[in-house]
Design a protein around this ligand. Structure first.
Ligand code: V47
Ligand code: SF4
Length: 357
């Protein structure tokens, strides 16, 4: 890394496309980590956040069948599943017992037969039974689909979902925005521009969301930088994103094959995200995809959040995730403390629930 870039970053100057590319091309991982760590500490102190959460995937039946997705199935195919609302409630009751989860994260496939009302019913049934549970549900891809099947515009779709119980939205489905890569990864999926439009509309409707980037497959650094810049531009306009989560590609059981990402690339991507996305408060090192040890290191390379207890995660596991599906609060607290950070249990809006000294 050149000295002028180093000093510009230290002074908090906004990175250009060219700067970001040269960071990706640099081998100076330690300098990069130090810069990103300084930004993270400036934004969030020495805190590292986690949440008690539970994931529910209502169905893996999906009309899109993205090439990197090992989770989805076609209707009638072996391994296809669709939970009833009773099943969902049963899972929530068991997950909530004794663990005190504060958030449920619901994402799934685009089911060919479920009507819009079914999604409203999922939300309202959960909300009626667990009024304090925060519902983070449906990626921008699902919201676009719900608007289509419900025959409403995006804004009205989001308002109806919110009235039924939706509190915020996760960041999935972003993949890589650039059409040349996206068309090869997931030709059936909404475009990058449409993903951004859904998020912009959600932010305008007062719904906070996250953003992700799937990396380590067929893209190159230019595409990652383009992706980050588009997110930064939208965030400048709306301020509605809470956290950015780089998602490391997992190749097992997918049509695309390829290898796992390297730990070096994972840390680099976390650090550069922290530096480029100067208008995002939080960078999340999603431990279930990065593995426990890399996510721990990531807490010293720019990340300030490692997601949560996550009981029953299926998307990563279907694609060869190397970690188990659950960590206890004690394990998360230990992992964070060993990284030299203060564990803070948060709610879905990053308000502190408990600080573990
Ligand atoms: O949209 C699918 C990705 C996403 C694979 O917002 C894969 O807090 C790697 O978005 N290898 C879902 N990734 C997960 C997601 C997420 C996770 C945790 C927290 C939040 C949040 C969001 O997983 C999908 C897709 O981009 N994905 N297949 C795969 N083989
Ligand atoms: Fe369907 Fe999402 Fe998997 Fe694509 S990534 S096939 S949209 S479940």
């Amino acid at each position: 890394m050149g000295t002028s870039l180093y000093s510009r970053i230290s002074q908090g100057k906004r990175l250009t496309v060219r700067d970001a590319l040269s960071l990706f091309e640099s081998d100076d991982l330690f300098a990069l980590g130090k810069l990103a760590d300084a930004v993270a500490v400036k934004k969030n102190g020495k805190k590292a956040y986690f949440i008690r959460n539970h994931h529910i995937n209502p169905t893996n039946i999906c009309i899109n069948r993205c090439r990197f997705c090992a989770f989805s199935r076609s209707k009638g195919q072996e391994g296809a599943f669709a939970l009833t609302i009773r099943d969902i409630m049963h899972r929530l009751r068991t997950a909530g017992t004794g663990t005190g989860i504060s958030e449920v994260h619901i994402v799934g496939g685009l089911h060919p037969d479920w009507p819009f009302e079914h999604y409203l019913k999922i939300l309202s049934t959960i909300k009626n039974r667990f009024p304090k549970l925060h519902i983070k549900a449906f990626t921008a891809v699902e919201i676009d689909y719900l608007a289509k099947i419900g025959g409403l515009d995006l804004y009205s779709t989001l308002v109806s979902l919110r009235a039924a119980g939706l509190d915020s939205m996760p960041g999935g489905g972003a993949e890589i925005f650039s059409p040349e890569i996206r068309n090869r990864l997931c030709p059936e999926k909404i475009t990058g521009d449409r993903w951004l439009e859904v998020m912009e509309t959600a932010h305008r409707a007062g719904i906070r969301t996250n953003a992700t980037m799937l990396y380590g497959h067929i893209e190159d650094y230019r595409h990652r930088v383009d992706h980050l810049m588009r997110l930064r531009r939208l965030q400048d306009r709306t301020g509605g994103f809470q956290a950015f989560i780089p998602l490391a590609y997992h190749p097992r059981n997918t049509e695309m094959k390829g290898g796992y990402t390297s730990g070096i690339d994972d840390l680099k991507t976390i650090a550069i995200s922290r530096l480029v996305l100067d208008n995002f408060d939080h960078i999340k090192a999603y431990w279930i995809m990065l593995g426990e040890k890399i996510s721990q290191l990531a807490l010293r390379f720019g990340a300030d959040d490692i997601d949560g207890t996550i009981i029953e995660e299926k998307i990563t596991r279907s694609a060869g995730g190397l970690t188990g599906g659950q960590m206890t609060v004690d394990q998360l607290v230990h992992l964070i403390k060993m990284a030299g950070r203060t564990p803070v249990e948060r709610d879905s809006y990053y308000r502190k629930l408990m600080v573990y000294k």
